[in-house]
Design a protein around this ligand. Sequence first.
Ligand SMILES: NC(=O)c1ccc[n+]([C@@H]2O[C@H](COP(=O)([O-])OP(=O)(O)OC[C@H]3O[C@@H](n4cnc5c(N)ncnc54)[C@H](OP(=O)(O)O)[C@@H]3O)[C@@H](O)[C@H]2O)c1
Length: 291
Amino acid sequence: MAPLVTLITGCSTGIGLATAVKLAKDANKYIVYATMRNLAKKGDLEQAAGSALNDTLFIRQLDITKEESIVDAVKTIKEKHGKVDILVNNAAFGWMRPLEEMTMAHMRNMSETNIVGTYRMTQEVIPIMKQQRSGRIVNISSIGGINGFPFSDVYSATKFAMEGFTEALHPVLKCFNVKISSVCPGPVLTSFQENMIANQDPEAKSSDAEVPTKKMFTGFMGALMAPMMAAAQSSDEIADVIIDCIKSEDPALRCGTDENTNKLLRDRFNGGIGDAAAQNWYMMMQTASKH
Ligand SMILES: NC(=O)c1ccc[n+]([C@@H]2O[C@H](COP(=O)([O-])OP(=O)(O)OC[C@H]3O[C@@H](n4cnc5c(N)ncnc54)[C@H](OP(=O)(O)O)[C@@H]3O)[C@@H](O)[C@H]2O)c1
């Protein structure tokens, strides 16, 4: 079988990097386009890719907040291979502070990246996949998209949006044999946590949260961080779940990444993970397409 052409966003570090390398090293089954917004950061990926580099793994520039960058990347891949088999929407960032401290510019930047970028990436590949009558899309969501996470209000909201986006597209794409899922990790040991806590917002309104909220935030972080990091998974573990999802004939609509996240998913969806509702919509789509 011809290798499956795969595009992954946000591969400079973490989960994107791990997934790209594992797929590229999987016995020539995949041609991986490992993309990142800043090619100056490609060193770690090049090193991890080893002999797969420029053989089954190709590094390309792609900033998911820039339409031209999305269009160019997908066009180049389509022109070279005539197809796109797999899209992994991975790029995103978080921020953990009281809401009052977040500027509107930072809210917009997070929404542009975590959500609008995912919408636009997906929009660019689905005509290709629909025409092929095959394809896989895996959206890297979060357990924060299933249960709102205190002091990560806007980040959680972007991941809830990703869940809604995935769920709504699922039945329609299924009619074209294109399968879409979300993967919902809990904490993962990547630079994400560091970036999330570091102040990425140069304009952060650090004095705007009132004293009781600041106190609550400091106490919460103190109580949260050690147990959270103790339960954290590795990027490799999450990459394995993503790859299982890609390989599955019938991937779940939502995939947990360990016992904890699977339990949270079951609790949230009354024992299921939303697949029953998706199946009902799918039946309706099939009927609708006959009119
Ligand atoms: N780590 C966790 O605890 C955790 C938990 C649940 C879900 N997740 C999700 O897992 C995914 C990957 O996160 P990670 O843990 O691997 O974090 P990470 O190591 O910080 O990686 C995030 C990646 O996204 C990239 N990115 C950010 N903005 C971008 C843009 N506009 N265009 C293209 N790429 C962009 C980053 O590039 P730069 O290097 O240029 O910044 C980086 O490559 C995210 O969707 C995250 O929400 C993470």
